[in-house]
Design a binder for this molecule. Sequence first.
Ligand code: GLY
Ligand code: MN
Ligand code: MN
Length: 431
Amino acid sequence: MAGGWAATPLPGDIRLPAADLAAARRARLSARFPGERLIVPAGELRVRSNDCDHRFRPHSAYAWLTGLTGEDQVGHVLVLEPDGPHAHEAVLYVRPRSPRVGTEFYRDRRHGEFWVGRRPDLAEAERMTGVRCAHLDDLGALPPGRDASQDAELASVLSELRLVKDAWEVGQLQLAVDHTAAGFEDVVRALPRALTHPRGERWIEGVFALRARAEGNGTGYETIAASGAHACVLHWIRNDGPLNPQELLLLDAGVETDTLYTSDITRTLPLSGRFSPVQRQVYELVLAAQEAGIAALKPGASFRDFHRAGMRVIAEGLAEWGILKSAEGDLHRRYTLCSSGHMLGLDVHDCAQARAEAYLDGVLEEGQVLTVEPGLYLQPDDETLPPELRGIGVRIEDDLVITAEGARLMSGALPRTPDAIEAWMGELMEK
Ligand code: GLY
Ligand code: MN
Ligand code: MN
């Protein structure tokens, strides 16, 4: 079986769009660890059940430093080898395409080309990345170094280097946002059918997933499709409930591009197409909080400013409604539960290993991309609330990039005011 096979080279121009950017990123990392061997693994397959694995997605730091984002990166490792006292040489340890001699091609169900498809050979991987490539089997001979999967300091530096996005990354995030907006439109169009299904939340999850998988790599995180009081569960991903036309639907979903950048958007929609007066009252308070949060975004502002600005509006609103005696203090947190935004990028909660002084206690910088997502979660069994408010959950989440003057709303294609949402739903559901 080893003979009689034609050569099947990849086309000539296979250099990755992010190859040059990745080289610049490696240089920034190199400058932080002079003389040290740095190891950044793509990661390994995880068993889902018996002999079936979860779909593989390379670690975000590996993707950022190599530009390689495919499922074929299983087990691959980037090494930055010290090259003199002030520089490193990058070497990528990869499993090249399966040879037709030996058993891998036919027998290896995890890595064999017959089972999982073709990988680049070493020369092709070099042309794609601009990085010297070696066989993964040679990795074992290396002396140990700092490994990003175990070394907290290296992981934290990598998170911090990723905080500010370059123009290409902002473009990828915009693409993720645009596909996500299309997915939200698909969901609204599908509502009449979803309303008739006993697990309408699941129907919605499926409709969004179709768009995410067709346009990109899939969803960037598990979709939250929460109808009625399910919206008061922050990460409602069971999505096994029916849809009641008198209630709201909280949909928190994001498409991840093939380049692995994700969007993270929430809209809370009236399933009847029209907000009831009490739904509108809650919605408008959350929207006012979000507007206040967005207005606080600018380079040099504390990261926590937008959250504080939004929570101030919520506390004042709850005091006006008579639910809180005063807007002072933090009693409003019973109804808001969590912080109202985070960095966004290759990970939905991006740069999470950054030190507090560089992120949570730091200041915003031009080029950072983040979410602003205040919410009110009025639990169905909360006796401090008037009965008509119980069981209403509203979150409004948008994606923004910090600019020299303030921030640009990336997800403005999706309506946010109650009137605009009603008009948008009416149009889509008529068609
Ligand atoms: N979807 C998770 C979040 O909004 O942070
Ligand atoms: Mn979010
Ligand atoms: Mn979200």
